[in-house]
Ligand binder design. Structure first.
Ligand code: 173
Length: 322
């Protein structure tokens, strides 16, 4: 090669290197939601993504690919595990096919801020890293107990003769209450109700209006039980590839997201009122019966957890309980 050509190709090479280095400063993470896009969790995530992108130019960007039309609800966990996507908004019940422990997060009784302090968050991540090849990033919903919604009136806390739509969250408890159960993603609940395939469904206190289920719902049963866990998870190799700057930027934004969780208490109260206004009748019980019902829900939840993964269940129970 003539010296002048050599010089030119060296310059070209350096230029390419510089461009590559600049690109390495900004990473774009592909995110999907296991919940349909109309659902409150996704609605609340969108402004956060916009803020991350606005403030993260040159550092980190998030590309929202969509809801279950992009990746079906119950396949999102595996997509994160295998790196088909980098990040997801999901709940553990949707990825028990990756690890049964995912569903144990519904049993937390402490705020996520306390879970970060008492070691629960790290304990979760040890399991999520090892079994799920994923990083548990942040919990974006709190204080959202689950309820039974049904079109068949009950006068005791018994679901015998009722067919109820579930996810793994409710399976053991509703079966113990005598229900026959059918698992569907949220996106199929409306049609199941409309066709009378189910008499009712499990869902948290908030969000039934997002997919118009209120049109097909007569009763809500109180009290609620457990706490709906909705979180951001990330493919572990993708998490490890982040530079120090990118990781600390992401961490700052995740903490800002969790700091917004004060929203949920008022949302629960507002949604309760909205349901009543929409004509949904509350079926409630005296204090002792209600306490026994809640206690039984947790007892059955932990019992099932201990059967599926005894060591993790024991570790989590000590860190998650009040
Ligand atoms: O789909 C569900 O009922 C479910 O498991 C869930 C979990 C967390 C939040 C909302 C719903």
């Amino acid at each position: 090669m003539k010296p002048v050509h050599l010089l030119r190709s060296c310059a070209l090479g350096l230029g390419l290197l510089a461009a590559a280095a600049a690109q390495a400063q900004e990473v774009t993470l592909r995110l999907v939601s296991a919940f349909p896009e109309n659902v409150i969790y996704v609605q609340r995530l969108m402004p956060w993504i916009n803020k991350v992108n606005a403030e993260g130019k040159g550092v980190l960007q998030i590309n929202f690919l969509g809801g279950p039309k992009a990746i079906p609800t119950f396949e999102v966990g595996n997509a994160v595990k295998t790196g088909v996507v980098d990040m997801a908004l999901s709940t553990g019940a949707f990825y028990t096919n990756v690890m049964p422990e995912a569903d144990f997060l519904k049993l937390t009784q402490l705020p996520v801020a306390e879970q970060r302090k008492n070691g629960a968050f790290d304990a979760i991540n040890r399991v999520w890293n090892e079994k799920g090849n994923m990083q548990y990033l942040a919990r974006m919903a709190e204080n959202q107990p689950f309820h039974i919604y049904t079109n068949k009136k009950i006068d005791k806390l018994d679901l015998t003769g009722q067919k109820i739509r579930i996810t793994p969250v409710y399976r053991d408890f509703f079966q113990a209450l005598g229900a026959s159960v059918v698992t569907t993603p949220p996106g199929e609940v409306y049609t199941a109700l409309e066709r009378g395939v189910v008499d009712g469904y499990g869902w948290p206190i908030g969000g039934i209006f997002d997919l118009n289920w209120h049109e097909k719902t007569k009763f809500r049963v109180d009290p609620g039980f457990y706490d709906a866990e909705v979180s951001l998870i990330m493919n572990l190799p993708a998490f490890k590839r982040l530079t120090e700057t990118q990781r600390s930027y992401l961490q700052r934004q995740l903490m800002a997201l969790e700091a917004e969780n004060t929203f949920w208490t008022k949302f629960a109260a507002d949604e309760t009122a909205r349901q009543a206004k929409a004509g949904i009748v509350t079926i409630s019980f005296d204090a002792a019966t209600s306490k026994a019902f809640r206690d039984r829900a947790y007892a059955i939840g932990w019992e099932a957890a201990a059967k599926q993964s005894p060591e993790v269940a024991a570790r989590f129970k000590a860190l998650f309980s009040k």
